[in-house]
Design a binder for this molecule. Structure first.
Ligand code: SF4
Length: 707
């Protein structure tokens, strides 16, 4: 392993268009190799961002300081040791073939929204068509599953209705459980600019005072895990204030009466959420104006994530906020989460086609030239249930690609011990906690070295291009997947090196006529137009507002109408009690991404910094020793440094998601509809550091935190 700076020097090249893959805003960049590495900046010609970019996007993209994986490794005598590619692939193929002989589908595949569409599609093709495994998820189960399940139930589709074009048109921007000022800076600027117009406003619902909340016109702070109670209170408030769009409800929706009957008493619901009636009224009145409701992981990552996302969609349906300039708009985290769902990950076939449709399965099997009977009928589960099945001995091998479950999953200590015990193949560009568990490590090319495409959160496809070659012993994701695939099922792929354009054309063919039709988007068209939004069934068309055509609504539900939901708040996943009397919640910091393997910042490796209200610290003084304390949940404990922050309500402890230790504490209980875990709320206690939780460890960080 070596630092990223060891990449061979390359001569200066011409500027080339590409796409940032640090978040799902999907900014178009232009890049060139400048002799020592890559230089990049916002591309003024790109239709997504017109030249805008952000510091994290550029710095982490062009100057990753993570520990680069530069050669294949195999575990011998308990240690990971360098090897050659033939040996590494030989070990992987032998063990995978043995696993499949023991039982069909006996391999778990955990992918990521960090891959190009082409690599994600190839991995799905191998997982489903080569291994026949139901145990495949490309990160949706940790990120967007609740939102897309909600869209599917409400609209019969898998994507948000609005696009970025709708942001300037809205007058109320309601951001719920998200912090785009930190997580999606370019998108946030568009929201803030629109909210700064006369008669426009920005409201934020978040238990803690995030950067976005600080800049809002109004910040409302529910208790962690009570979002659905507040959503339903707001719905009742809309009805009380005659803010209902009766004509739209009657002509375009089903389930309204049932939803109304299910509503709680407003005062009780507000009390459950820990907010005032005035706050409920403010939200109810705000959506009377053209409104976009954005939400993020604070909604999705909950045992009631799907129900809460549906409740937000219900607010839009009831208040007439569906249509251009308005609507429900989930904020996607990973850069290509949308793409890996279109390419077939959890629960759908390419083009968002239904998993249980035998005609679809036959068409997919024919295109892939694999037996129809091999394609799984079980739609599988998210990361948490897949790891549970590995722990129960139901799966013999696991392959992770560009993901770090040993640090990024809830109850990470348990996850790490499970991954330690299974035959584990890790394909990645940078060293991670999951690499520490691996039996075989396959080093992959990263951004700037890879050709392909990306799909942002508003359905835009855009090219990702290579400015430099990867280090000598590093291979392209596509070539690694194809090499392993061809050992399992000869000719599943061509002979590497695989041409990404050929793979993209296969995806186009399979999505033709589907809800996520990208058949009209070719590499040639992307060279000319830089980015095109689906559905694009021919080479001139481009998608706009979803489910809406020429003034007509077209929902792909059984009734053809949008569906209201009728679920109420059902209590916290892990309430506080005498043993664990405080609530833990987590969030992002500026300048760092997910588990931080690419940035390898000091915050990732040092002790995490917990933020707490001065009152919490005063109440727990005996638990602090020289600015440190130990946070304990039912799953583990973590020593932290502490920063006083009165933007965190008393009784709540806030930790950054990026530190590898933090998910030792979080709760793996999942949403029954989406399988997404309840990351954002669990019960914890504080205690003073002891010899087993020392307060004297060196903490290399110390910068102030900013979520
Ligand atoms: S907003 Fe996201 S996609 Fe755009 S430059 Fe920043 S990190 Fe990259």
């Amino acid at each position: 392993m070596a630092d990223a700076s060891s990449v061979d020097e390359q001569p200066m090249t011409a500027w080339k268009p590409t796409t940032c893959m640090r978040c799902a805003v999907g900014c178009g960049l232009k890049q060139r190799a400048d002799g020592d590495g890559i230089e990049a900046r916002g591309n003024t010609a790109h239709p997504t961002n017109s030249g805008a970019d952000c510091q994290r996007g550029i710095e982490e993209t062009v100057s990753p300081n993570g520990r680069r994986l530069t050669e294949p490794l195999v575990r011998r005598g308990g240690e990971l040791q360098p090897t050659d590619w033939d040996t590494a692939i030989g070990v992987v193929a032998t063990r995978f073939i043995e696993a499949l002989r023991r039982a069909p589908g006996n391999i778990a595949v955990l992918g990521s929204g960090q891959q190009t569409n082409e690599a994600a599609y190839a991995l799905g093709k191998l997982a489903r068509g080569g291994f026949g495994t139901p145990h495949y998820d490309a990160n949706t189960g940790l990120c967007m599953a609740s939102a897309v399940t909600a869209y599917d139930r409400a609209f019969g589709g898998n994507a948000p209705p609005p696009t970025y074009d709708d942001i300037p048109e809205a007058e109320t921007h309601l951001i719920w459980g998200a912090n785009p000022a930190t997580a999606h800076p370019v998108l946030y600027n568009w929201i803030a600019n629109s909210a700064n117009d006369d008669d426009s406003q920005l409201l934020v619902v978040d238990p803690v005072e995030s950067k976005t909340a600080r800049e809002a016109d109004r910040h409302i702070q529910p208790e962690p895990g009570t979002d659905l109670a507040l959503v339903r209170a707001v719905m009742a408030g809309i009805i009380d204030s005659n803010g209902v769009d009766t004509a739209f409800i009657e002509s375009e929706t089903t389930g309204y009466e049932r939803m109304v009957e299910s509503l709680p008493d407003v005062e009780c619901a507000a009390e459950t959420a820990g907010v005032s009636l005035e706050a409920v009224e403010t939200l109810s009145e705000a959506v009377a104006d053209p409104t976009l409701i954005y939400w993020g992981m604070g909604v999705n990552q909950s045992v009631q994530g799907t129900a809460t996302a549906r409740g937000l969609i219900d607010l839009c349906l009831a208040s007439g906020n569906l249509g251009p300039g308005t609507g429900p708009f989930s904020l996607t985290g990973q850069a290509n989460s949308m793409g890996n769902r279109v390419c077939s990950s959890k629960e759908t076939w390419p083009g968002h086609q239904p998993f249980d449709d035998s005609d679809v399965r036959k068409a997919v099997a024919t295109t892939w030239e694999v037996p129809f009977s091999r394609l799984p009928t079980d739609r599988g589960a998210g990361f948490v249930k897949i790891v549970d099945r590995i722990a129960r001995g139901e799966i013999d091998a696991c392959w992770t690609v560009a993901t770090n479950p040993a640090a990024g999953m809830p109850d990470a200590g348990h996850v790490k011990s499970v991954l330690d015990d299974v035959f584990l193949v890790v394909q990645d560009s940078f060293y991670s906690e999951t690499v520490e568990c691996a039996d075989v490590v396959l080093p992959a090319a990263t951004w700037g070295e890879t050709e392909g495409t990306n799909m942002n959160m508003e359905r835009r496809v855009s090219r990702v291009t290579a400015a430099t070659d990867p280090p000598a012993k590093v291979k392209q994701d596509l070539d690694i997947i194809a090499t392993i695939g061809n050992r399992i099922e000869p000719d599943l792929f061509g002979e590497p090196p695989i041409d990404p354009e050929g793979v993209f054309d296969e995806i186009r063919e399979l999505t033709a006529g589907t809800p996520a039709d990208i058949s009209g988007i070719s590499y040639g068209r992307l060279d000319d137009e830089l980015a095109v939004r689906w559905p694009a069934p021919d080479d001139e068309s481009e998608g706009g507002y979803q489910y809406y055509n020429d003034g007509e609504w077209q929902f792909d539900t059984e009734s053809g109408q949008a569906a209201f939901s009728a679920v109420s708040h059902s209590g916290l996943a892990e309430p506080v009690d005498e043993s664990y009397p405080l609530t833990l919640t987590t969030g992002r910091q500026a300048g760092i991404y997910n588990t931080g393997v690419r940035s390898q910042s000091t915050e990732r490796d040092g002790l995490p910094t917990a933020r707490m209200h001065s009152e919490t610290i005063a109440n727990w003084l005996s638990a602090f020793d020289r600015g440190r304390t130990v946070i304990t949940s039912r799953r583990g404990d973590v020593t932290v440094t502490v920063e006083t922050d009165d933007g965190i309500p008393p009784g709540i402890v806030w930790l950054p998601i990026h530190n590898a230790a933090v998910n030792t504490l979080t709760l793996p209980t999942v949403d029954p509809e989406s399988d997404e875990p309840n990351y954002k709320q669990c019960a914890v206690a504080l205690s003073a550091p002891t010899s087993s939780n020392p307060s004297t460890e060196t903490n290399s960080q110390g910068e102030s935190v900013d979520d």
